[in-house]
Design a protein. Structure first.
Length: 392
């Protein structure tokens, strides 16, 4: 389940720092642009809600929101996807134990590769739209269920002494559960996009549609390892979920009783640690996904320690089997020897009986021959006596 991450790190170990630096450049640029655009969209959306509450027309705010979305999509198509493809190219080259250079970040901008990357970027935009629609529908269903649940909990907790603690605990648990369920959706789409991006880096001369189809070989590879690997991705991402909003909420709650300056320092420090931890987790996940696709889901060899343990167990089994075989062989030889003795004894007895029978037969034949000769002599004497009397 987690063997592909370890294998990827071991292969890229001499260049891990270089990979982290190069990929950070790519992902930080994409993250900052996306974060800035998202903040502008949220700001415009909040203004729309305020105008709607006062009965003011909101159509004039739709144009800036649509404009921001269009600009963000164009930036992703013409530069963002190419930077992401460069980051994946750096990681997969390191996993293959090839030397990584800074120019590998811009492999998608090269002549002959750029046009194909534009089509893959458009495919990525379409997949992201589908993903966000599915997530929005799931969030809508979750909000319906959680709203009714919180109404019931508030009524029950209001009679208790620690209502705030109960509601906060339930809120954190529900956040973790819903985020984990949503991760099934967005990590499935992310794996698809990473797969055809890696396929594009492996063969930039191939047609984009062929690279897009190649993504399925990372899943349907015939090795029956993908489901376990996918569960591993979700479990690792669960760590990022737990150490993000829930941890920050708890820190803010625990620092509410101390001075404002100290609380702000602790919250900011915690926030920075959470960001670093999440970046590391996402780096691990991306490396594992890329390594899995490169191997096409092939089962990796076990670790040296596990291999030695398995070899020891195998030697014990082999020794036990050898002892059983020797015991069986000895018993078979003894049985064979005993059977041979019985056969020789039976043969000797049969031979003696046969000789005795032949001797008896020969004795009878001799007796008959003697009797025949006596009878013949008797007849000859009688004939001679008769002839003698006839002559007289």
């Amino acid at each position: 389940m987690f063997r592909y991450y370890k294998s990827g790190f071991q292969n890229a170990k001499p260049q891990n720092l270089k990979i982290i630096l190069y990929t950070l450049i790519s992902f930080v640029i994409c993250f900052v642009v996306t974060r800035f655009a998202t903040a502008l969209i949220i700001r415009q959306y909040m203004q729309m809600q305020m105008l709607a509450q006062f009965g003011q027309p909101v159509q004039r705010l739709l144009i800036p929101i649509i404009g921001i979305i269009v600009i963000l999509a164009l930036l992703f198509i013409f530069a963002g996807y190419q930077l992401i493809a460069g980051a994946t190219n750096v990681i997969q080259k390191a996993i293959k134990k090839e030397k990584v250079n800074f120019s590998d970040l811009f492999v998608a901008f090269k002549k002959g590769n750029y046009a194909k990357s534009l089509l893959l970027a458009l495919i990525s935009i379409a997949l992201l739209i589908i993903m966000y629609v599915i997530i929005a529908l799931l969030n809508y269903l979750f909000n319906l269920a959680i709203t009714s649940l919180f109404s019931s909990l508030q009524h029950v907790a209001s009679n208790g002494s620690n209502a705030m603690g109960i509601l906060l605990t339930v809120q954190i648990i529900l956040y973790i559960i819903t985020s984990f369920i949503l991760s099934f959706v967005y990590w499935l789409f992310f794996i698809f996009m990473i797969n055809y991006t890696v396929a594009y880096n492996e063969n930039p001369t191939h047609k984009p549609f062929k690279n897009f189809i190649e993504r399925f070989k990372g899943i349907k590879n015939g090795n029956k390892t993908w489901f376990k690997f996918y569960i591993g991705v979700l479990l690792i991402n669960l760590i990022a979920i737990i150490f993000s909003q829930p941890l920050l909420t708890l820190v803010r709650l625990l620092t509410s009783s101390i001075s404002q300056n100290a609380a702000n320092i602790i919250v900011i420090t915690t926030f920075v640690i959470i960001i670093i931890l999440k970046l590391f987790i996402y780096y691990v996940l991306i490396m594992g996904i890329i390594n899995y696709f490169i191997k096409r889901g092939k089962r990796l060899n076990k670790s040296t320690k596990q291999t030695r343990k398995d070899n020891k167990n195998q030697d014990e089994v082999t020794l036990a089997n050898t002892k059983d075989e020797v015991k069986d062989t000895t018993q078979d030889k003894a049985n064979h020897h005993e059977e041979k003795e019985h056969r020789l004894k039976d043969k000797a007895e049969s031979k003696l009986d046969h000789q005795h029978e032949n001797h008896s037969t020969q004795k009878e034949d001799v007796k008959e021959n003697v009797q025949d000769k006596l009878n013949d002599n008797k007849d000859n004497i009688s004939d001679q006596a008769k002839d003698h009397f006839d002559k007289k």
